[in-house]
Design a protein around this ligand. Structure first.
Ligand code: CU
Length: 549
């Protein structure tokens, strides 16, 4: 008897303890029963389960986009949910708009314009109050990037369950850069025209993606619209460099540098994941997805971020990983990072404040993935580490302002008089090309890439011998033309002048070996690999271009 009673007591204690944990995890919304249930499983979008989920997702998106709940936006509407991520300052051209940020007078004014002055206690007053709390709270260029977006997906998924009418809904993930070639294309439900038609009522077509793609795999034509069946460039969305990180932080503020540059290597898991593949998927899908203030307005955003969350879960499952807590904005303390609070809305429309630290384990949120990405050493030729080889030594060179227009722009860097143009060297210092003081004026129709010594008339392709790297402009705010960051470190980040650096020592050596370059002057071309026509539009200005041997 006593023994039996003891068992009952322990069980009651366990259940109570679990319920308490669950309440902490989800602002009191998960019941003990939910937390006890087997975890829900988020499927690969291309699996049979994923296909069932995408059909439910189409129902949810359609219901959320019903104008009746969007003007003004109710918490379960599409506009409200996408505005939790970011609010465009120009809603009439969101893909070319700067952003309005949470806690600023500008966003408060916009919310006043949208909701007016509703009677206290009315439903509209509650929506307005929720908007003030939740809108434009996303974290980019921040150590909170993976954990904030995990919460965002979690509550979005709950809203989707209500809106599609199925409690079984789980977000599917777009498993790009898996070993299946088709995964690099838009999933069928997101393609406007298809040879094998997806059922019309299940399509999640978004016409404003615009062109934006180059094909590095040599399959098909070089210049293809992403909407027209093009591929994401695998080397730029390979997630293995991110999974290879053992530490979470630091995520410093020098985001665009490609692997294996020292700046990129210094980044912890969070910064690497954000650059490759996260930003590059945004850049290459293009249109609304290519601009932070409009990105979450495209339904593909959520299956992209489901993959980002899966990669975070995959990294967490790796043996030996470490949250290397620090004391700064980039290397936060455990208390600051875990204690950071953010507002979302649940499926009933009620605002919920959550603490980031309660989502470190997806089990606490009641879900897992059908499978995790397995870390293997990075293999992409463009992203491989630099071998210790003799480097070509070239004199330092510099050029002044370059305006990058539609159709591309080029500048020639001349060695300073009296300096050797090129000579053999055995130093291990990588030759670095730096583009300084970059200001974005308008988003190009496809990502801009940097080419070195590209002969005039030669197509700008990222699989050719002239490609130095792609400009990651996802973090730029068109309101200021400069890099945008909010969340911790925002003030510092807004003031800084963005630099892009590319290690081009290997590239120059390979060009010399193939007699594509014989030393001396270096030509730098900035252009979109396809998807663009010459014209007067200036996309960005580069204050100076320097080559440092
Ligand atoms: Cu994103």
């Amino acid at each position: 008897m006593d023994q039996a009673n003891g068992r009952v007591d322990r069980r009651a204690l366990l259940l109570g303890g679990t319920a308490l944990l669950a309440a902490g995890a989800a602002g009191g919304l998960l019941t003990g029963a939910e937390a006890q249930a087997a975890p829900r499983v988020r499927p690969d979008i291309s699996s049979p389960a994923g296909q069932r989920m995408i059909a439910l997702y189409a129902l949810a998106v359609r219901a959320m986009q019903d104008p009746a709940i969007n003007y003004p936006p109710q918490p379960h509407s599409w506009i409200f949910q996408s505005y939790i991520h970011s609010v465009p300052s120009n809603p009439f051209d969101p893909a070319n708009s700067g952003g309005l940020y949470n806690g600023t007078p500008e966003l408060a004014t916009r919310i006043d314009q949208i909701y007016g002055n509703p009677a206290p206690g009315s439903r509209q007053a509650a929506w307005k109050a929720a908007a003030l709390k939740c809108w434009s709270t996303c974290t980019h260029g921040s150590p909170l990037f993976p954990i904030w977006h995990r919460w965002y997906m979690y509550y979005f998924e709950r809203v989707c369950r209500r809106m599609c009418g199925s409690a079984t809904f789980q977000l599917p993930y777009w498993n790009y850069a898996s070993n299946i070639g088709g995964s690099l294309q838009l999933p069928p439900a997101f393609v406007p025209q298809q040879t094998q038609p997806f059922p019309a009522q299940q399509r999640l077509v978004f016409d404003d993606r615009g062109p934006g793609f180059a094909n590095p795999q040599g399959k098909g034509a070089q210049n293809v619209l992403m909407n027209g069946g093009g591929y994401l460039p695998y080397p730029l969305i390979d997630y293995q460099p991110a999974l290879a990180a053992t530490r979470m932080f630091p995520s410093d503020t020098s985001f665009p540098d490609p692997w294996p540059s020292p700046t990129f290597t210094r980044l912890g898991f969070t910064g690497r994941l954000e650059c490759y593949p996260h930003d590059m998927v945004h850049n290459y899908v293009g249109g609304w997805m290519g601009n932070v203030p409009s990105a979450a307005g495209d339904p593909i955003f959520f299956v992209h971020h489901c993959q980002i969350d899966r990669l975070y879960a995959s990294w967490e499952a790796k043996p030996g990983i470490q949250y290397n807590w620090g004391t700064t904005d980039d290397d936060p303390s455990e208390a600051a990072w875990k204690g950071h609070a953010s507002w979302f809305v649940d499926e009933t429309g009620k605002p919920v404040s959550v603490r980031m630290g309660n989502a470190v384990d997806t089990a606490a949120l009641g879900y897992r993935y059908d499978n995790l990405a397995q870390p293997v050493p990075p293999v992409s030729p463009l992203l491989q580490g630099t071998a210790a080889q003799p480097l070509t030594e070239v004199a330092a060179q510099r050029a002044a302002t370059l305006d990058v227009r539609a159709g591309g722009a080029a500048v020639t860097l001349q060695p300073a008089p009296g300096l050797l143009a090129a000579s053999p060297s055995t130093t291990g210092i990588p030759a670095v090309l730096t583009l300084s003081d970059v200001v974005l004026l308008r988003r190009p129709p496809a990502p801009l890439a940097v080419f070195v010594n590209l002969p005039e008339g030669t197509p700008a392709t990222i699989d050719g011998p002239y490609y130095a790297g792609t400009l990651n402009l996802f973090h730029f705010d068109l309101g200021t033309g400069r890099r945008m960051m909010h969340g911790p470190g925002a003030a510092h980040a807004m003031a800084m002048t963005p630099d892009f650096t590319f290690a081009i020592g290997d590239l120059l050596r390979a060009q010399q070996q193939r007699r594509l370059w014989r030393g001396g002057a270096i030509t730098v071309t900035v252009a979109t690999p396809g998807g663009d026509q010459p014209g007067g539009t200036v996309y960005l200005t580069i204050g100076s271009i320097a080559f440092t041997p």
